[in-house]
Design a protein around this ligand. Structure first.
Ligand code: GLA
Length: 781
């Protein structure tokens, strides 16, 4: 009897949600007057963000323990709607997607949890967490009450999330102390009614007791207000804490202060320099927060990897994110402690609260191994392995062929002609190769705004093939309605005659492993885009990094797992291979390369390559020897900007019109400072609102610092306030005036402009005197 009772007690203790014997079970947590209160006592959150979907499940607990050892008392997680509902109504919270298990592990390790269920999460994650199948609705609108379908599907998902996690609210005995409503809604809109509906949806899903909160920026948190939802701010490494919270404190004098995303580093885009943030600037502001009793969450504590097709893209300008989500975070992509980790640990040991201890850094669960180069002999050329075609009179994006991710091939016939013709594709999402009778005639890259290729003369009607590879869907800004493939039309022009091409055969290439495996592989060189297959044998497993630097562009599957994307342009040249996905014995790799490898081998390295951009990738918006010639061009406005932080607005004397803009900085606030830096730049339209920058493209910038950091000129209209344009900082290489020239994509009426200086502690490059030029015709060089 005693035995039965004992086992019953043990079973009860181990039952999900009832794990005792740690400090995070049960109680209450609220945003009190000027402080958070845990069970009635002041409490400072030191949270670290982890994404369970970016960490292989066997390592979840290790990464949680790493956060604890870094000095965290809380883990912050997003829920990714599209990860759990890949088909409408089919919810999956099992295996790798068992987020409830992740939350239980947080509790088991004596930590609290902040939950951020979206529906929109951003996170450099495909479509910001929204499911692609929403896009099958032609007039879809998101993050608004204007689309009842979106709101309905959101509520259904939140209910499922509630079924999984509501029982883990702290008031029910679990570790969840706060739940976030939406994500940085102030960047998107100011519709308090929409935010209230999301708040109510979260409550109705069962999160009925927990403290709710929202996060925004110091520049936009006041755009809306949602009763019952605490407010927090997000900002990056090196920020001036007093400046960040100045206005917030004025408007919310009783609120506890929290930075719910303190950006530890930043993410990488294909074709751009690797992003890093220095330990000194990062630690400095973290210490400031601790000294001022400001709660924080490190975004990311550990970024991990956006495996498979899950990495998103940014816009404007279109910039797909790499699969490595290392983030220059304190815990690196593979889960190892970096110097930043030890800097955080060293700092936070001085700020522990009653009952908290700094745990030991846990042993790393795996060894790192090298794998000698594996040769790929077996190939399956894409054109020899076409799936069954679908017919479509009009061209349409892949969503309308029920395809979520991958590549798509559009085929039609073009008439004979003795002349060279022009093919215009609007729009390529995201990377296309154009073939005529099987021969490559051009490649189009959405990042570069490419739309046209020349079609050679053909003596008889010819077969036109357009193979389009989709990168991640945009996860930021109004551009998140981002259908893939070809979105509008394809036109063929000969002289003044333009015809829209019709009558398409469409071939879908999804990303599922079964689809890649099931090809006619043979030991022969590939012709054009192709799958490559190889096996290799291991007698011990360990973490490794596949070196993809010799391959063109595509994806890799290891033992059935999609590791992610590669692209020769870098900066990432490796794919992280977790030990738990390798096997002792025979392992299989399949590569789909939609471009062309220079050698078909893959070796496993003992280190990642995150910072090697291809030589031919132009990182600068200035050609060698190119100089802007403004002789005879009259500025539409000149002036002097005041010193200090925050947005500065200038109204022109009269409305101006034009398509080409040049902003010229004549000097900086410090007269001896040769640098220019700008965080954001907006043009104000007739209606007094910012003109959308989605069509903008940088044509020229006299100087950009892209060697050690990514301070390219397009950062001034990317709508991300924490990343900036900065001219080169070596004084011998830089001097005023500094100019940036932007093609606005169309003629616009402009009433004035707004400019935001950098928001970190530095003052370098903040513009004083300036000139603005606006012209209907391009400027001369
Ligand atoms: C914002 C978002 C996050 C993430 C970061 C940048 O703060 O809320 O999801 O996208 O930017 O990494």
């Amino acid at each position: 009897m005693k035995k039965i009772l004992l086992s019953l007690m043990i079973a009860l203790l181990l039952a999900p949600g009832l794990v005792k014997a740690n400090p995070t079970q049960g109680g209450d947590f609220v945003a009190g007057k000027n402080t958070f209160l845990l069970n009635g006592k002041p409490f400072i959150l030191r949270a670290g963000e982890l994404h369970y979907s970016r960490i292989p499940k066997p390592y979840w607990e290790h990464r949680i323990q790493m956060c604890k050892a870094m000095g965290m008392n809380t883990i912050c997680i997003y829920l990714f709607w599209n990860y759990h509902e890949q088909q409408p109504g089919v919810y999956d919270f099992s295996g790798d997607k068992d987020v409830a298990e992740f939350v239980r592990l947080i509790q088991k390790n004596g930590m609290y949890c902040i939950l951020r269920p979206g529906p929109y999460v951003c996170a450099e994650w495909e479509m910001g967490g929204l499911p692609w199948w929403l896009l099958k609705k032609k007039d879809l609108k998101v993050r608004t009450l204007a689309d009842s379908y979106f709101v309905e599907r959101t509520k259904l998902f939140l209910n499922e999330a509630g079924k999984q996690l509501a029982k883990y609210q702290i008031q029910n005995g679990g570790p969840i102390i706060m739940v976030q409503v939406e994500n940085e809604y102030g960047v998107w809109g100011n519709d308090a009614a929409y935010m209230s509906i999301i708040r109510d949806g979260i409550r109705a899903a069962g999160f009925d007791k927990v403290q709710l909160f929202r996060c925004d920026w110091s520049s936009n948190f006041d755009r809306y207000n949602v009763p019952g939802v605490a407010s927090t701010l997000n900002f990056g490494a090196g920020s001036n804490i007093d400046n960040q919270f100045k206005k917030f404190k004025e408007l919310n004098p009783d609120a506890p202060l929290m930075c719910s995303e303190y950006w530890t580093g930043w993410f990488d885009h294909w074709g751009s320099p690797h992003e890093t943030r220095s330990i000194s600037s990062f630690i400095g502001s973290l210490k400031d927060m601790m000294d001022k009793k400001v709660s924080f969450s490190l975004y990311m504590a550990h970024g991990g990897t956006s495996f498979g097709h899950w990495a998103g893209s940014n816009s404007p300008s279109f910039a797909p994110t790499t699969s490595s989500y290392d983030y220059n975070a304190p815990i690196d992509e593979s889960g190892h402690a970096t110097d930043k980790f030890y800097a955080v640990r060293d700092l936070l040991k001085n700020y522990l609260q009653e009952g908290e201890t700094l745990t030991d850094v846990p042993a790393y669960p795996e060894k790192t191994i090298e794998i000698p180069a594996v040769k790929f002999i077996q190939t399956a050329s894409l054109f020899d392995n076409l799936p069954v075609a679908k017919k479509s009179e009009d061209i349409q994006p892949m969503e309308f062929f029920d395809q979520g991710w991958g590549s798509i091939l559009y085929r039609t016939t073009i008439p004979a002609s003795a002349k060279i013709r022009k093919l215009t594709i609007s729009d390529v999402h995201d990377w296309a190769t154009i073939f005529v009778n099987g021969k490559i005639v051009g490649k189009l890259d959405r990042r570069l705004g490419d739309r046209e290729v020349e079609i050679p003369a053909t003596a008889s009607p010819a077969r036109l093939d357009i193979l389009v590879e989709a990168m991640g869907r945009i996860n930021y800004s109004e551009a998140i309605i981002d259908r893939k493939g070809i979105t509008k039309k394809v036109e063929l022009s000969e002289g003044n005659n333009t015809t829209e091409l019709k009558g398409w055969s469409v071939y879908n290439f999804p990303v599922d492993y079964a689809f890649q495996q099931n090809k006619k592989y043979k030991p022969a060189p590939a012709k054009g885009p192709a799958w490559y297959k190889a096996t290799f044998t291991l007698n011990k497993t360990g973490n490794t990094y596949f070196d993809m630097s010799k391959w063109g562009k595509g994806m890799v599957w290891l033992n059935g797992r999609n590791l992610g994307r590669f692209w020769k342009i870098g900066p990432t040249q490796t794919l992280f291979v977790p030990a738990c996905w390798l096997k002792k014995g025979v392992n299989e790799i399949i590569v789909l390369d939609v471009d062309k490898p220079s050698a078909t081998t893959i070796a496993g390295l003992n280190h990642p390559i995150l910072d090697k951009t291809a030589q031919d990738e132009s990182l600068l918006h200035r050609k060698k020897g190119q100089n802007l010639d403004l002789t005879g061009v009259k500025p539409v406005n000149t002036g002097s900007l005041p010193a200090g932080n925050g947005w500065k607005a200038i109204t022109f004397d009269q409305m101006q019109n034009g398509r080409y803009l040049c902003f010229e900085a004549l000097n900086a606030q410090d007269a001896n400072d040769p640098v220019t830096s700008i965080a954001e730049f907006e043009l104000i339209g007739e209606d007094g609102k910012a003109i959308s920058s989605q069509l903008w493209r940088v044509l020229y910038a006299d100087s950009e610092e892209v060697t050690t950091v990514n301070n390219s000129a397009d950062k001034i209209f990317d709508l991300q306030e924490s990343v900036i344009w900065q001219t080169q900082t070596t004084s011998s290489k830089t001097k005023h005036p500094h100019q940036v020239v932007i093609d606005l994509g169309e003629n616009v009426n402009v009433k004035g402009f707004r400019i935001l200086p950098r928001g970190d502690k530095s003052n370098v490059g903040v513009v004083k005197d300036y000139r603005v030029y606006l012209s209907k015709a391009p400027f001369k060089f």
